[in-house]
Design a protein around this ligand. Structure first.
Ligand SMILES: [Zn+2]
Length: 671
């Protein structure tokens, strides 16, 4: 369709700048026939390119879909993105605003010419920044508020303001905030990289290990704020901390390590509210959001928001966890989790990073709940039997995952590329220990047409034709896999489980413990499929689809590399390599170097042997569960040596084929 022209004729012909410079329009005696102006066009960039250049130029614009297929962006097809340094209004009264036209023309111009850099090094850095940005494809998480009550809309606005505050707090924790002023103000790509990556570092597969790739000239190291800067100069600083006699106190999750004592050099654990006084303002915002919810049916949410506010002041997170655990898919429209939770973000994997997960409940989970809840104890018994002594089956009473539609992820929850698709919380304390936590599966992510098409192409480059035919075309199998993964976090040896007096962190060290907790969960996602099939909860086709989907899930993690640029273990990459290698050694998966891929082009493919999957997966659960049950660090290291660092898994081929497609970089908007 043609763009509707809502502006008066004179304004439409003369841009805002012209109006100022050229004075009033000329007077004429005769009324001019009102002929429509030549409508301007919006065909300078196709959809993928417009979205790519919007990221490059740090412009909060997204072309959702070419709904009418006219190859031009239309007012009904765009979103104004959240969490950019600027907020924009692109459409008013059904027409593009002058701000849109200016932004659009700027993007077209940027796509045609790059400004010269001040030096060859700077030129190289800017090229790398562009390359890192281009390895992510902006993918929209859109929330439509049509039909929401005024109270719901106010709550949304308040929570989005809290999201901004959480971002700022998280960037302080990570050390990003301390570097922000060094990002060149006139270099929009570097500003965009810093925004998306929540710091100057490059994160995409082909650039993250290039030391010159940074949003800041000279690529200064980003030092986390939760440990003293001086300590971080040593490559073994995490192990050094773990060896200190007061390690237990220093490495608690809700404290920052500061230097103090009489010498001024003794490391001390400082509670978060003391280290981060801005937590007080967030507490006030949470109280305000709670006060605005008069709807009596949201009482459990109000109770949680108030408890969370109190925890932001006291640093005692248990009351917030208690209130949170009382919420579910049936007693609120919303899913909110705010506070310090996961530890993957920091090099020692000990300190909890601040985040906000803000979502609407998707009622679709209730059907799965009804099917799976009666099997919880069977699941625990199966995993306990596989893991073996000294672990004994417990009574488990966890909630199966609630499906949620993400509205906004902030802080540690907003990853530069990719996103968390399932989460079990809390990680510590009585609510976790007693299995009273909550588990969620993010059901509105990775379900857009662009992502589904990309995944299919990737899978067809790595699987043979027969295996690719088993890859599901709907998100159900992936969702089931996520449900089982999250359920398994609550099963078998868990984070509060101790063997010989040691927790998993103490037995394995933080990073391996994190990776093996995820490995247990993802192994459960494979292992429990047969239990569900044998009980008639799912049919044979769904079982096979779930296995194949889970195997395909590993590809992007293998492709993203096993270690970060600074040498830290990537938990999901370790999980993925160990699973693929294990299945290969068990004969359930093979690498056929001569066969042609399902796309008819690539040579060398992975072939799944469905008849061998159940036995292989049972063996995997026994090995992985046993390592956790016995606190068997040597066993863990052997799997890592063989599959993460060894040659069983075709790392190079997987990385090359996945690398042909950009990764998903989620962006957010509310309509
Ligand atoms: Zn997990």
């Amino acid at each position: 369709v043609k763009r509707a022209l809502a502006l008066p004729l004179s304004l439409a012909l003369l841009g805002p700048a012209c109006r100022k410079d050229e004075g009033p329009p000329p007077r004429t005696d005769k009324p001019v026939e009102a002929t429509p102006p030549p409508a301007r066009t919006y065909d300078g960039l196709d959809r993928a390119e417009l979205n790519r250049w919007a990221v490059r130029e740090n412009v909060p614009l997204y072309w959702i879909a070419d709904t009418d297929g006219d190859k031009q962006v239309d007012p009904g097809e765009v979103a104004a993105l959240l969490f950019y340094p600027t907020r924009a209004t692109w459409v008013e009264a059904g027409a593009f605003t002058p701000a849109f036209d200016a932004a659009y023309d700027g993007l077209v111009a940027a796509s045609k010419a790059t400004p010269p850099a001040s030096s060859p090094e700077e030129q190289k850095r800017r090229e790398l920044v562009g390359k890192d940005l281009d390895q992510g494809r902006a993918t929209l998480v859109l929330t439509e508020t049509e039909g929401w009550s005024a109270e719901e809309k106010t709550f949304l606005t308040r929570m989005l303001a809290i999201a901004d505050a959480i971002d700022a707090l998280y960037r302080t924790q990570t050390g990003a905030a301390a570097l922000a002023s060094q990002v060149p103000a006139d270099d929009r790509a570097s500003q965009s990289l810093f925004r998306r990556n929540q710091g100057p570092r490059c994160v995409a597969p082909s650039t993250e290990k290039d030391p010159a790739c940074s949003a800041i000239p000279g690529a200064p190291k980003m030092l986390v704020d939760v440990y003293p800067a001086a300590a971080q100069a040593s490559p073994t600083f995490c192990q050094d901390l773990e060896k200190r006699p007061e390690a237990k106190a220093l490495l608690t999750p809700f404290t920052a390590v500061r230097l103090g004592g009489e010498s001024g050099e003794a490391p001390e654990a400082v509670p978060y509210p003391e280290a981060y006084p801005q937590m007080k303002a967030i507490a006030d915002q949470l109280d305000e959001a709670a006060a605005g919810l008069a709807d009596p049916t949201e009482a459990p949410l109000v109770a949680y928001l108030k408890a969370a506010a109190a925890s932001f002041r006291s640093n005692d997170w248990q009351p917030a966890d208690e209130a949170w655990s009382k919420m579910n898919a049936e007693n609120s429209k919303w899913y909110v989790r705010i506070g310090p939770d996961e530890v993957y973000w920091e090099p020692c994997a000990r300190k909890a990073g601040f985040h906000l997960s803000f979502a609407r409940i998707d009622q679709g989970s209730l059907a799965w709940q009804a099917k799976l809840a009666p099997l919880q104890q069977d699941m625990e018994a199966g995993i306990a039997a596989a893991a073996g002594a000294p672990y004994k089956a417990r009574k488990v009473t966890f909630h199966l995952p609630d499906f949620i539609d993400i509205v906004a992820n902030a802080g540690d929850s907003r990853e530069p590329l990719g996103a968390t698709i399932g989460q079990s919380l809390p990680n510590w304390g009585p609510v976790a220990m007693e299995g009273r936590g909550r588990t969620v599966a993010m059901s509105n992510l990775y379900t857009d047409p662009d992502t589904l098409a990309t995944r299919r192409a990737q899978v067809e480059s790595l699987f043979d034709t027969a295996t690719a035919a088993l890859y599901p075309s709907t998100p159900d199998a992936g969702l089931l896999s996520t449900i089982l993964h999250e359920a398994t976090h609550n099963l078998g040896p868990h984070s509060e489980y101790k063997v010989k007096g040691k927790t998993d962190d103490e037995a394995f060290g933080g990073p391996i413990a994190s990776a093996f907790e995820e490995l247990k969960a993802q192994t459960g996602a494979l292992f429990l499929v047969e239990l569900l099939r044998s009980k008639g909860v799912i049919d044979d086709a769904m079982a096979t689809a779930t296995y194949v989907d889970s195997i395909a899930w590993t590809f992007s993690h293998v492709a993203s590399g096993m270690y970060t640029a600074t040498g830290e273990r990537k938990a999901y990459s370790h999980v993925s390599a160990i699973q693929l290698g294990f299945l290969i050694d068990q004969g359930a998966l093979s690498w056929d170097a001569e066969a042609t891929a399902a796309n008819g082009k690539d040579k060398g493919v992975l072939v799944v042997h469905p008849d061998k999957l159940v036995a292989a997966v049972n063996a995997m659960m026994k090995t992985v569960g046993g390592i956790k049950a016995r606190g068997d660090k040597k066993g863990a290291e052997a799997l890592i040596a063989k599959y993460v660092d060894g040659t069983v898994v075709p790392h190079a081929q997987i990385t090359e084929r996945m690398g042909r497609y950009p990764k998903v970089g989620f962006v957010y908007a509310v309509h």
